[in-house]
Design a protein around this ligand. Structure first.
Ligand SMILES: Nc1nc2c(ncn2[C@@H]2O[C@H](COP(=O)(O)OP(=O)(O)O)[C@@H](O)[C@H]2O)c(=O)[nH]1
Ligand SMILES: [Mg+2]
Length: 309
């Protein structure tokens, strides 16, 4: 592998041993899942995490789903499977406007309590405990690791060991140009990652699709490459998006990367997309940023927390 931070495999970690380490260290752990219309998959993910990693083994203290105006019964499915479900609009309602996946990540950090926080996407169809133990293992066994990014094989069409289309066509070329020190990150857009709350609450969070890349860039900028661990999570299958839905994702990644590289950008990220009749439609891509959570005055936070955090 290309030089980057430490690399692990989910096979390195046993749930029971991780739970013992967590207990010995006196830590609590949250699993968070941002979800918008994931009724088909969210129940199974929550159920497996709860049974195997909260009840079977005392690793997870909390399973939180941040639902965002889903219309397919996502919240009910997640509740039935045993998750705590919070609606995005109800978290920090006075914090001003924001939307998209990254906004849900920021809000899940605000609404969860674990000292360690792990995220997985809600559309994974071959979910298993390995996703969670893999992400938490490096944090529980290596004190120098601050953030863990998952990578995986993607069965089905395309190269077995490559990334998705936005990864290969947008993220990788941008990283090569703007952040060559991150060229060894196998899946820069993976939605499966975990970190220490102290580190995460000190970072700004990009609201939309740029969040996954920005977290890697920001963690390494502040803490160096050795603080970024990568973990092989085995295989991962998820929803396949049609090509025409990828332009906004690509725009968010591009805008986020340019901003992090210090290249000035216009305030709003507008795209024109064409329909089957060649009519152009204006699309505004979410690239706003949320401030580091520790800079917000929040209920439940004492002034002392603010000073010592
Ligand atoms: N709460 C919330 N979750 C979202 C939003 N957009 C995407 N997600 C979730 O973020 C995760 C990744 O999204 P997905 O559509 O799979 O992204 P892709 O794999 O890059 O195409 C999934 O669990 C989505 O349900 C949103 O606006 N709000
Ligand atoms: Mg997906």
């Amino acid at each position: 592998m290309h030089a980057a931070g430490p690399v692990f495999s989910h096979r390195d970690f046993d749930p029971r041993r991780l739970a013992a380490r967590k207990e010995a260290a006196g830590l609590t752990i949250s699993l968070c899942i941002p979800a918008r219309d994931e009724a088909a998959t969210i129940g199974r993910i929550v159920e497996i995490a709860r049974r195997r990693l909260a009840e079977g083994v005392p690793l997870l203290d909390e399973i939180l789903v941040v639902d965002d105006h889903s219309t397919d019964g996502t919240a009910d499915a997640a509740v039935a499977a045993g998750a705590k479900v919070v609606h995005s609009a109800e978290i920090l309602p006075d914090a001003g406007p924001g939307s998209g996946k990254g906004d849900a990540i920021w809000k899940s950090l605000a609404a969860s309590t674990g000292d360690l926080v792990a995220w997985v996407d809600g559309d994974i169809t071959d979910f298993g405990p390995r996703f969670v133990t893999g992400l938490l293992g490096p944090l529980l066994t290596s004190p120098s690791v601050q953030f863990v990014k998952g990578f995986y094989r993607r069965p089905g069409g395309g190269r077995a060991n490559g990334g998705g289309r936005v990864t290969e066509l947008v993220a990788r070329p941008l990283i090569a140009r703007l952040f060559p020190h991150l060229a060894g990150v196998v899946q820069p857009l993976a939605g499966e990652y975990a970190g220490r709350r102290t580190v995460l609450e000190a970072l700004p969070i990009v609201c939309g699709w740029g969040v996954d890349l920005a977290l890697v860039v920001d963690v390494v900028a502040r803490h160096g490459l050795p603080a970024l661990a990568q973990v092989d999570l085995g295989t991962r299958r998820h929803r396949h998006r049609p090509l025409d839905q990828l332009s906004p994702q690509a725009m968010a990644i591009l805008t986020t990367a340019l901003r992090r590289a210090g290249i000035p950008e216009r305030e709003a990220a507008h795209l024109v997309l064409f329909d089957g009749e060649h009519r152009g439609h204006d699309v505004l891509v979410e690239v706003r940023e949320r401030p580091p959570l520790r800079t917000l005055a929040r209920p439940g936070y004492s002034a002392e927390d603010e000073l010592t955090a």
